[in-house]
Design a protein around this ligand. Structure first.
Ligand code: ATP
Ligand code: MG
Length: 436
């Protein structure tokens, strides 16, 4: 078969047979966020290009190399969101949400777009579950956000992860640190890649995040930010570490984490999965105390994280985590003849109104083929309706797992009788664990 169009490089289809895996992650993540007091926010898939340049930062890989920027006739320049924080902050400000009770807590499940080299765990369209919290400068907020990320991972059944944390200070401490970095890297001017050379003046911390082997080798012995933290940043970091320890959250301080986005201040953190190889960062986050003001709001401390859903799924598959069982058909009604067909549609509608997953033949198949199909889709019960059954007003309800048949009266009260039988059969395990 010659396809007219193929899916773009770096994108994936979610096919119906995989839907239960996505639903597992989306459901557990959002329920957990709700437990921590977060509510869902939705915002556009594209924003004015300037929003990302300003927030993510124009010396970052994301802005320099990875944005999908579009202009339609006569319009300004728009960019498909490469991440969720910028859009959230913009939406929070535009809707005046910071005038309400603080902290403001929002979560999202979104698609993101980055023009990267596609590989396992690195896509051009990917999905994030993310949360943002506005209004608190306390280390308790940092600890709570990290605890939320950890709880999501735990509830998904993911075990083999490490939490790395660091503090990248505030603009004050960073100034001294950047001077130290410039001095260190200036000795390697002839070896650094062109991008890093251009970052030397404006943002030498970005060199620490360069993926080129030579640059990251040079960066190994670079000065570390923790030696340059001001008193306030240092105290914040010490309190955070103490609080995480009190909560029993294990972490490693990794002074090399700077994160790929410019807006971070103070705390940054990553959860890395050891089960999926090179693209192992399944969650990245931190504080961004300057961003709200930078985007035109009142100075407001804020923080958040984002998890890559595809990487979570890869990890769950690698660790054999359990997914919600895919929903299967509760009852399939096989019909023979025109009169039976009419009654079947009527019964199926009653069942569906009651919330059951009920099906019947829409393919024009014979009885045998209908039963084969019912078996193939794993229907828990089947009913066969023909002229005989219509005449008697009763039919046989078959529990497919047990092979047992019971008589069921079709007239008034059918749904109640069906529910009673289902509940009766529910306790012997033959119906599986995905009944409701
Ligand atoms: P990486 O270091 O792997 O490039 P990042 O620092 O660019 O990640 P963030 O911008 O912090 O990542 O995004 C948060 C999370 O989104 C990452 O931890 C990862 O799980 C996921 N993610 C980022 N980029 C991609 C991508 N291209 N494909 C799939 N998932 C991604
Ligand atoms: Mg990246």
């Amino acid at each position: 078969m010659e396809l007219i169009a193929k899916r773009p490089n770096g994108t994936k289809d979610m096919i119906p047979a995989e839907a239960h895996k996505w639903h597992t992650v989306e459901h557990i993540a959002s329920e957990t966020a709700e437990c921590f007091g977060f509510k869902e926010i939705r915002f556009p898939m594209f924003e004015e290009t300037g929003l990302f340049k300003r927030s993510v930062g124009d010396t970052t890989d994301v802005v320099q190399k990875e944005m999908y920027t579009v202009t339609a006739k006569g319009d300004d320049s728009f960019t498909l969101r490469p991440e969720g924080t910028a859009g959230t902050v913009r939406a929070v400000l535009q809707n005046g949400l910071l005038n309400d009770a603080l902290p403001l807590k929002a979560y999202y499940i979104i698609s993101c777009f980055r023009h990267e080299k596609a590989q396992k765990g690195r896509l051009r369209e990917f999905h994030q579950f993310g949360i943002e919290m506005f209004g608190s400068k306390s280390y308790l907020a940092d600890a709570d956000v990290i605890a939320l990320a950890q709880t999501v991972l735990e509830r998904l059944g993911i075990k083999n992860t490490e939490l790395n944390i660091n503090s990248i200070g505030c603009p004050q401490c960073r100034q001294k640190y950047q001077d130290a970095l410039r001095e260190y890297f200036s000795a390697y001017k002839d070896k650094l890649c062109d991008t890093c050379l251009s970052r030397m003046e404006k943002n030498p911390m970005r060199i620490l995040d360069c993926k080129s082997e030579i640059c990251s080798d040079i960066a190994k012995d670079a000065p570390i930010i923790l030696d340059y933290l001001c008193e306030e940043c240092n105290e914040h970091f010490e309190n955070l570490k103490e609080n995480l320890t009190e909560r029993g959250i294990k972490f490693t301080v990794n002074p090399k984490i700077v994160r790929g986005l410019d807006y971070y201040t103070k705390t940054v953190f990553e959860f890395v999965s050891n089960s999926i190889g090179a693209q192992g960062t399944i969650c990245g986050g931190g504080r961004y105390d300057g961003l709200v003001e930078q985007l035109g709001g009142q100075p407001t401390p804020a923080l958040g994280f984002a998890m890559g859903i595809e990487r979570l799924l890869l990890t769950m598959e690698a660790e054999n985590c359990e997914f919600f069982a895919p929903k299967t058909c509760d009852v399939y009604i096989a019909a023979m003849g025109k009169a039976a067909e009419k009654k079947t549609v009527q019964l199926v509608n009653l069942l569906r109104d009651e919330g059951y997953h009920a099906e019947y033949d829409v393919m024009g198949r014979g009885l045998k083929a209908q039963m084969k199909y019912a078996d193939k889709i794993g229907s828990k019960f089947t009913i066969v309706l023909g002229d005989n059954e219509l005449e008697k007003g009763t039919a046989k309800l078959k529990n497919m797992a047990k092979g047992e048949e019971t008589e069921i009266t079709l007239g008034d009260g059918f749904i109640d009788r069906f529910s009673d039988m289902l509940i009766g059969d529910m306790f012997d395990g033959s119906l599986g664990d995905n009944l409701f």
